[in-house]
Design a protein. Sequence first.
Length: 92
Amino acid sequence: SFVNIVGGFLITGKMLDLFRRPEDPRDYFELYLLPSALLFAGLGGAYYSGGGHLENVSGSVGIAAAVCAISAIAGLADQKSARTGNVLGIAG
């Protein structure tokens, strides 16, 4: 199901690119990788240090993914925020 969901959001991104005008401002979606990398680094650090409770950290990752997925649905509801919603859906 992961491949199906991410594939759907990738296709949605390509469809949104069809309606992009040349004068539209540039999107900096690669900056969304920074919080994701920080989240996964914290998960890896908790696993390798052994000092933290990995169950708590993995629960936080699950909550963050759920928030991204819900935000994606809300973002796709409006044309102005559809690109952001699409990226949040892929991250979730």
